[in-house]
Design a protein around this ligand. Sequence first.
Ligand SMILES: Cc1cc2nc3c(=O)[nH]c(=O)nc-3n(C[C@H](O)[C@H](O)[C@H](O)COP(=O)(O)O)c2cc1C
Length: 200
Amino acid sequence: MDFQDVLRRRRMVRTFEPRPVDPEALERILWAAQRAPSAGYSQGYAFLVLDRPEDVERFWSAAAHGEDEWPGDGLRRAPVVILPVAGKHVYLNRYAEPDKGWSDRDEARWPVPYWTVDASFAAMLIQLAAIDQGLGALFFGLDAEGYGAVWEAFGVPGEWEPLGAIAIGHPATKDDVRSSAHSRPRKAAQEVAHRGRWHG
Ligand SMILES: Cc1cc2nc3c(=O)[nH]c(=O)nc-3n(C[C@H](O)[C@H](O)[C@H](O)COP(=O)(O)O)c2cc1C
């Protein structure tokens, strides 16, 4: 798919068909995730990939932890859920290597948490690759209890920090009226791009 078309189609999808995702499409999506850049080539991201129905079901049980309002059936039907996670420890270790030299592992050296930046880049690539494969995706968040329950259910070591989750599947509807994007306009380009200096 043309890159411009991928961008034009990039919209969060919240209602999926129960149809499974082609395993090869999932491999291509995971391939794309690893094309993300990373500071010092630390590659301090990882992905919990859930594509077996019993795992996806277990994910929702843990994520919702007894809430019955969420998620709706349309989201629950997504056959794949991927959780990108960020490993601060990987960066502290990588930057303590001789070519970087921050052997004190002082966290004050990090005004920006590159582990979150890099895992977020990977999360974006996952979403774009899903669209490129003719699929739809939703990036969504859990509450703290939900992350705790998911980490416990799938044995994710606590040093891997959550970013959110990405549901992937075949979109059931073209348009999703539950999106905030339906009630809020996209900002004008000049509101977000401060050219030359920060005006206003
Ligand atoms: C960090 C982040 C968290 C989000 N969390 C949720 C969420 O929990 N539930 C949800 O339905 N959408 C969630 N969204 C999707 C946003 O609502 C959506 O991106 C925004 O309304 C713009 O719509 P669009 O992505 O379809 O253009 C999240 C998006 C981001 C980037």
